[in-house]
Write a protein that binds this ligand. Structure first.
Ligand code: NDP
Length: 326
């Protein structure tokens, strides 16, 4: 038997319970993992609260991230006793995920725990940190360098935003953080932000082109904020779009793209190929300062996750929530 958060459909919506399940209830798969750490991402919060259509198979054990030890494996590349991580791939969406003491996944999804990071640290980063790394790598690939000019990070106090600031500042970029919580300025400066701007600067409809200010941007918000960011990019600027915390729409014009050569790069962490995943995790392990990471993490247990999900969607969580699995 093992403990798991379990989400079932009801006539009025859904119900989340912490319950005991049998190992035989686990889905098919060649690798069984004793989960030690997970994390609470925006997507997990949508799944736990039912506020977004994340769950695609019912009932579901949510949790898009997990770190743990391999308990059984019939996959040649995954060894019993090995420390592994799994993120994305539909974990916690179409496939039972990390909010449980046991998980079973296809062996190809399991990556060796990145060298230099322990399970808690990997989950402190989790999908949010991994996505921040993918955004930074995309900026670099598209030619944005520290000398190109300031780089904007929206949703700065959240998970993706916080890690993006840490990484960019570590790489020598001048980072400008955009937040709806100006009281978090000291925190954002401690992560490495040179300046902090209020979100309100980006939430009113922008002209097709605004003053050209940013060489690069990491946007987790979408909606009007993403449109305003695009309108204020410098010529040849690069925007990475990974989130929708402020909305799914994109009320923009083509002006930044055809008159300033701006590039909009979409980031998808779920289906990222294995090799790129390993590279991104290796770079994260290299660039992250563990004590800075500790400062942006709060630890919760499985039973606290539903309430924490409400807090996260209300915009009250700073940095990352790591979930301790007993
Ligand atoms: P968090 O909740 O940790 O951070 C989101 C931040 O966005 C908040 O902290 C807040 O920052 C800001 N925000 C919240 N609500 C609003 C709003 N209504 N309008 C504008 N800004 C808002 O979430 P994550 O960092 O984990 O994820 C951020 C986004 O990225 C989510 O949409 C998530 O689904 C997406 N994502 C996408 C991935 C992909 O593969 N494409 C992978 C991971 C995440 P502040 O208070 O500082 O303004």
């Amino acid at each position: 038997m093992f403990k798991a958060l379990y989400v079932e459909k009801t006539e009025t919506g859904q119900q989340v319970t912490l319950r005991e399940l049998a190992e035989a209830d686990l889905p098919e798969g060649d690798v069984t993992i004793r989960v030690q750490w997970s994390s609470l991402n925006y997507k997990d919060a949508l799944a736990l609260t039912g506020k977004g259509p994340i769950i695609r198979n019912w009932p579901m054990v949510p949790g898009i991230d997990l770190a743990g030890k391999v308990e059984a494996s019939t996959h040649p590349a995954v060894l019993v006793g090995q420390d592994v991580i799994v993120t994305g791939h539909g974990l916690g969406e179409s496939r039972w995920g990390g909010f449980a003491q046991l998980a079973r996944v296809p062996g190809l999804w399991a990556l060796p725990q990145p060298l230099g990071l322990n399970g808690r640290q990997v989950m402190a980063l989790g999908t949010a940190g991994f996505t921040a790394m993918l955004c930074v790598q995309a900026l670099q690939r598209e030619g944005v360098e520290p000398a190109s000019g300031p780089v904007l990070v929206t949703g700065a106090s959240g998970g993706v935003g916080s890690v993006a600031i840490m990484l960019l500042s570590r790489l020598g970029y001048q980072v400008v953080a955009v937040t709806g919580r100006l009281e978090e300025q000291p925190y954002l400066h401690s992560l490495g932000a040179a300046d902090v701007l209020p979100r309100a600067h980006f939430t009113t409809p922008s002209r097709p082109l605004e003053k050209a200010r940013w060489a690069g941007a990491v946007d987790v918000v979408g909606g009007q904020v993403l449109a305003s960011v695009c309108a204020s990019m410098r010529p040849q600027g690069v925007v990475t779009a990974c989130g929708l915390a402020g909305g799914m729409d994109f009320p923009a014009t083509v002006a930044p793209f055809i008159l300033r050569g701006v590039t909009l790069v979409g980031i998808d962490s779920v289906q990222c190929p294995r090799r790129e995943r390993q590279e991104a995790w290796a770079r994260l392990a290299e660039l992250i300062n563990p004590s800075q990471l500790d400062d942006m993490v709060r630890e919760i247990d499985l039973a606290e996750a539903p309430q924490a999900a409400d807090m996260l969607l209300a915009g009250h969580v700073r940095g990352r929530l790591v979930v301790r699995i007993p």
